[in-house]
Design a protein around this ligand. Sequence first.
Ligand SMILES: Cc1ncc(COP(=O)(O)O)c(C=O)c1O
Length: 375
Amino acid sequence: MFVPVSRPLLGKEETELVMDVMSRGEISGFSGSRIKEFETRFAEFCGTSHAVTVSSGTAALHLALATLRIGLGDEVLVSTFTNMATFFAVLYQGATPIPIDMEAHTLNMDPRLLEQKITPRTKAILPVHLFGHPVNMDPVLDVARRHNLFVIEDAAEAHGATYKGKRVGSLGDIGCFSFYANKIVTTGEGGMVTTNRPELAERARMLKSLAFGTENKFMHQDVGYNYRLTNLQAAVGVAQMGKIDDILRRKKEMAAYYLRELAGISAIQLPVEEPYASNVYWMFNIVLRGPLSGKRTAFMAALKERGVETREDFVPFNLQDIFIARGLTKPEDCPVANDISKDGLYLPSGTDISEPELAHVVASVREVVTALGVA
Ligand SMILES: Cc1ncc(COP(=O)(O)O)c(C=O)c1O
């Protein structure tokens, strides 16, 4: 048996909608109705008044920063423990990212560390809802309000997660989503910007499509980007929105199985679901603790031998050689991230993972824990 880390849930609905737009030649980011339909359904799903499709999650983050006119000399407070796309987007704008260390249990930005990093140049906070668990947003929003900062949510991994009953992507000024193949909703590649502010939606829409003029198309309104999602991809997105409840239910079931079956292994730190949160468990992430700490390479290799694919956690911003070399950060900036990230990995978490596959993963984990000499 081989159990991959992730597999998308695709069916005949996606194929039919793609063939439909293909047969009518409506394939670009300008043509066709599926883009509008995808945006409307996604906004409704998030509880925002606006959603703007883009070509990737990275494009969504960059567009959010450009829309808010964050640029040279500005500072943005970012969760250090994330896909580096979050940091790249800040750097594309010439702004300076300031890494914020994480909470050891949720793996998200620790809001208690924000205030001490604020300077007269700080313009925004960029929390990341990692692995499907929402950030503790009230303290983040409170700091933002008191210091007049924008809040951009990186919700690339958390479609449908809620904070105190509200969906992520609707909590700050702008929300950013990814639809890469392993995400909760996928269009192969793709992304979305969500907001409740019409003027931001309008500016994002203008910038994402080369900032074309309104009267004379080729008299441009600004320096724009081509971040358009195609109608072909939007067709996949519309089909995916039809199964989002099913996808979220499957993720919960997958997590419930792992949580139940792995609960007895004290050397494995399992994901949490804080009282304020509904975790959508994009990936089921574990951290090797105590006697397993420092044994990640052997742990992953032994699982691979048993046909269980895993992936090591992100390397935090403060440990990235390219950023240390530029003087943007140093390892000791975020001690919690250093401790967790070296021992973290995720287990197979595909939306269509079957019960026999889950049983195989659990049995393999138990065997490997024993083989590594941990009771
Ligand atoms: C937290 C986070 N932010 C941003 C991105 C970038 O999204 P994309 O790959 O669609 O550009 C990803 C994933 O790929 C991610 O996990």
